[in-house]
Design a protein around this ligand. Sequence first.
Ligand SMILES: [Zn+2]
Length: 481
Amino acid sequence: MSDLADLEPRPLWRYFLELSRIPRGSRNEAAAMRWVAEQGRALGCAVEQDAVGNVLLRKAAARGGEGRAPVALQVHADMVCEKNEGTPHDFERDGIDVVRDGEVVRARGTTLGADDGIGVAAALAALADPELRHGPLEVLVTVDEETGLTGANAVRPGWLAAKVLLNLDSEEEGELTIGCAGGVDTVATRRVTRAAPAAGSVPLRVKVSGLRGGHSGTDIAAGRGNALRVLGQVLAALAAGGGCELASVRGGNKRNAIAREASAVLQVAPGRAAAVREEVARQEAAWRAALGAFDPGLSVAVEPGSAGPVLSPADAQAVVGLLLAGPHGVEAMSPDIPGLVQTSTNFGVFETRDDAVEANFLTRSSVDASKSALAARIAGVCALAGFETHTTGGYPGWKPEPGAPVVKLVDGVHRELFGKPMVVRAIHAGLECGLIGEKYPGLQMVSFGPTMWDAHTPDERVSIASVQNFWRLLRAVLERV
Ligand SMILES: [Zn+2]
């Protein structure tokens, strides 16, 4: 441990190592939150905890900073619990085995929890720093960021006094995050009726596989194939040829992942099987040409299926129609941040059951009105195919304001300290700032942090030098803001 004890800045690392001894997987943060509250009390802060477990520490301004506007540091206490196979670590009971490995800090066999333990440690170190000339300072530590943004979602209006919020949950030194996407789930359902397949028909399974998939937000503009869309087009072509009845369709695993695989079982009239195979091969070639290097592994295959009742012709037409027409992909790019997707949707999951069909879309936008507009269009398309829809789990986005004073301030401090501007960016995925900002109109927010790699995996590691630079930037910003 001696090499860990030498890490600079010492207070930050001391807090990080202490926190790392407390198990704190998402939804298991109670002990970590007690520890945060204890540290706050020891530092002379007013401490409050809300009903979901979020803790707010408030510290009066350092001498001379009394008249300044309050600033909040915001971090999350929970971590993702992943370990290598064979690692005998119990995330409910064991502390993280933190090790120094050359220029980085990592954990033995597990996630490190630098996401966002370094942010928590930096916020406490700021409260503890006797030299730091800060104004009134708030530290908001949230619970359960990783599995549902539950803590941020529950932060109540009026709790924070801050006019500026610095979120310390970013993973690339030199980057300043100034926006994120909100999201909403659409669930579409249709009741279906079934009948026995035509006498003598043969069950065949059409299977789409080999696609890369990916995150439904951050990978949505990567040009990758959606297995449901591919399957929809194949099924439409087969339906046009006649002699096929549709028994089932299933594809995609998660609403927030691009569908990598999908399959359908058809009852095919005798004598039509060869034509089905030919059409599938034509469709496969067309899709492979269209996707090209974006998604080179696509395969569309025909294999034997198991026989079962088929959908009524009207239901089959509705299913194929929605697979063909269901929105998927980028709807609009950001006018403020080059290359940022502003609005998109992911046609993520489709499944036929005995008496119903269900489809799922996850729509994202950094502009809430655009998110609602696209969700309304999805509902319209679903209605045309005879599906009923409802939306769930909506959360707001955070619209980038590149010209906001806090963006200029942090970027300016970074130029002074490191001689170069920050890379100002926004992400097409959810962040806690979106949920918090919704309840605090006019609150200026940015997010930054040190460089870490492979967060959420047992290879998670954080750059020691970059933690030092992150700390210098944070300190200097807190003296200026
Ligand atoms: Zn995080």
